[in-house]
Ligand binder design. Sequence first.
Ligand SMILES: *Cc1c(COP(=O)(O)O)cnc(C)c1O
Length: 417
Amino acid sequence: MPSPDFSLQPMNKPEAVTKHFDQYDTDALLYITNRPPLVFTEGHGMWLTDHNGKRYLDWLQGWAVNCLGHSPQCIQDALAAQAKKVINPSPAFFNEPSAKLATLLAQNSCFDRVFFANSGAEANEGAIKLARKWGKLNRNAAGENRHEIITFEHSFHGRTLATMSASGKAGWDTMFAPQVPGFPKAQLNDLASVEALIGEHTVAVMLEPVQGEGGVIPASTEFMQGLRALTEKHGILLIVDEVQAGMGRTGKLFAYQLSGIEPDIMTLGKGIGGGVPLSALMCKRECAVFEPGDQGGTYNGNPLMTAVGIAVLEALLAPGFLQSVVDKGHYLRDGLLKLCDQHGLEGERGEGLLRALKLGQPIGGKIVEIARDLEPQGLLLNSPRPELLRFMPALNVTTDEIDLMLELLSGVISEVK
Ligand SMILES: *Cc1c(COP(=O)(O)O)cnc(C)c1O
């Protein structure tokens, strides 16, 4: 099949930024977001190539998904090898890759049991269901089910109805009302705000160890340790959503390990599949309370995706890999601090290779656009808030690629300010 010609023919519909391509009508895709008039046709490592052959240094990596960069050899090999063996015998039967990946995850974490799903939101839905089931088996003094899960302002847990309710994003409580009840919101790094919300129906506290979409805000070690002590004191569960911060992103395999605590439940997504749809719900033996019929899903633990998960996890566990994430996190931090000095910016924060630059002005959107349109090579950046840039490169990014990003970004900032 000849490769399609994506020559752009702008349509007279600027408000939606939709385009017709020669053979395909992009309006056939349901309109959900404004996309730039680009089609990416290839990706290797930290680089993406568009339909005109222009290259972009990609600091989005599918939103912290491609932890080993675009199309790494180990994922190509795992997909090809598994596709030849068996793709999906159905979740009603055991398969080798899912059992192996579950074993590896349990061996390298404080958890004993794993349920595989397809997206972060789905893993979090599973965590919410598991906590509510546990709260049904462990009732309060009045003999009632416990079901409330305390979550946090500015948190992000996904786009299903329950995970939107769990999220602390402004406006999300009314967007698709009525919302799922039972998610009171506390303030991150404020233990008293959590304690004030604990009542007789509380079953768990759920948080991102580093708030990602909220602007890369780490929970402090004292806060994580305080939460563990508080939840133990009240006999409730501690759930960490590591969909963004897990899988080596912070320099530890899991972000909860930064504070030396052991949560009861953890969810993984994004990096665990290195770019393919795979997520996981993990829990301790004591709260593995699902019974047949409680949880499932057509694709759960399918061998094609879990084979990729094995390849990714083995790469992260290779000797020296996580230390290299720590080292490059420091290198990136130092470079961002230099930019702050040079351009009078507010500062930077983050853990490992999940970092943010505080611009001090609402110029993030402008920077993203100018960086993307740079010639001859573009730079793809993310601005989750107008005054902030977020950095989530492949975990095997090189120091040369960090230097190039900093150099290009410095030029863009000079132009915008
Ligand atoms: C991205 C994200 C999710 C949602 O994951 P999806 O795969 O998009 O459903 C949930 N929690 C956190 C912390 C995330 O960053």
